[in-house]
Design a protein around this ligand. Structure first.
Ligand SMILES: NC(=O)c1ccc[n+]([C@@H]2O[C@H](COP(=O)([O-])OP(=O)(O)OC[C@H]3O[C@@H](n4cnc5c(N)ncnc54)[C@H](OP(=O)(O)O)[C@@H]3O)[C@@H](O)[C@H]2O)c1
Length: 310
């Protein structure tokens, strides 16, 4: 559910911010906060050197070796540590009423912050649907969905913060967060894994180094993203499944069986996953629809003959 602008007309986030963690997400958030004029007073990381490096980039921020001391300096404390470290870190800190604490994990809600809630602090989850790996750039937050789990008034403050970063807040039922995060992992990490495999095959076929193979794929990937952006689903689906071209798919499967046998069945599964989109695309083309049914049957039979249960 999108948080309507009217539900949080002017509810600025409590300030200053303390960042606990100085990795990819903390750095991306810290740099974006600084660009948005939201003060970060304290940064902590297990390795104080890492906290120092981030604090140096944030006007007015100090690095701390002790997470308790860092948290004390924040009206809003962000626990930007790996998901499994959030609850233990929260439990070792001292919280006070009026303070707010959020984590950045996608698959969990604010239940990880129970010790802070018991002490009277407001708790929330603030997950950006974005990947932060390279150089931090505030632009990386523009248009990004931010899944929020918090009660008022913190929910409205976090929505304000998201908008201030150029992002788009939405509320997410904590029970739905695992599925939500699985979707993010499929789209982001799954794509990287698919490109990794595709680059390996392209490299083998054309005698290219991996980096070169990836470079050759980038225009293709940009084209896919542009199609998704401009045409949406199902029209962004092109290729032999969309064309119900069984002969070409059979050639792919055969080539994969030679080059990387485990991939021939995975590839057929991928083709099966494309079928609903292909059918949707062909909704007013009975001939294409009939060809897609033949393709669907062939794919199912091929899987059965390999002993893959359906
Ligand atoms: N990176 C992304 O693209 C992204 C996107 C959305 C959400 N998130 C969320 O952001 C949070 C942080 O992820 P990240 O990618 O920034 O992680 P990261 O780059 O690995 O950084 C982790 C930070 O936490 C510290 N840390 C590591 N293990 C710890 C432990 N056991 N106890 C306490 N501190 C520990 C690290 O300290 P030292 O390095 O000093 O040891 C570092 O400061 C996660 O909840 C993640 O789900 C990440």
């Amino acid at each position: 559910m999108t948080i309507a602008s009217s539900s949080s007309p002017n509810q600025p986030i409590r300030q200053p911010v303390a960042l606990l963690g100085a990795g990819g997400a903390a750095t991306a958030l810290g740099v974006a906060l600084a660009a948005a004029g939201i003060p970060v007073a304290a940064v902590w990381s297990r390795r104080v050197e890492r906290a120092r490096l981030l604090a140096e980039r944030l006007p007015g921020a100090r690095a701390f070796a002790d997470p308790r001391a860092a948290a004390e300096h924040g009206a809003l404390v962000v626990l930007a540590v790996p998901d499994g470290a959030i609850a233990p870190l929260c439990a070792q800190l001292q919280w006070r009423p009026g303070q707010a604490v959020v984590h950045l994990a996608g698959a969990y809600g604010r239940e990880l912050l129970e010790p802070a809630a018991r002490a009277g602090a407001a708790t929330g989850a603030f997950h950006p649907l974005q990947t932060f790996a390279g150089e931090a750039d505030p632009v990386a937050w523009h248009g990004v969905g931010i899944a929020i789990d918090a009660d008022p008034p913190l929910a409205a403050e976090l929505a304000w913060l998201a908008r201030r970063l150029g992002a788009e807040p939405f509320q997410l039922d904590p029970h739905q967060r695992p599925l939500y995060h699985a979707a993010a992992a499929i789209a982001a990490n799954g794509l990287v894994a698919l490109v990794g495999t595709a680059a390996e095959f392209l490299g083998r076929a054309a005698g290219l180094e991996r980096a070169q193979a990836v470079r050759h794929m980038l225009p293709l990937l940009r084209g896919v993203l542009a199609n998704l952006e401009q045409l949406g689903l199902p029209r962004a689906l092109t290729g032999p499944v969309a064309r119900a071209d069984r002969a070409t798919i059979a050639r792919h499967v055969e080539a994969l069986a030679q080059a990387a046998p485990e991939w021939s069945s995975l590839y057929r599964e991928l083709c099966r996953a494309m079928l609903p989109l292909a059918r949707e695309r062909a909704a007013d083309d009975p001939e294409r629809l009939a060809a897609l049914e033949v393709l669907a049957q062939w794919l199912a039979e091929e899987q059965r003959s390999e002993g893959v249960p359906r």
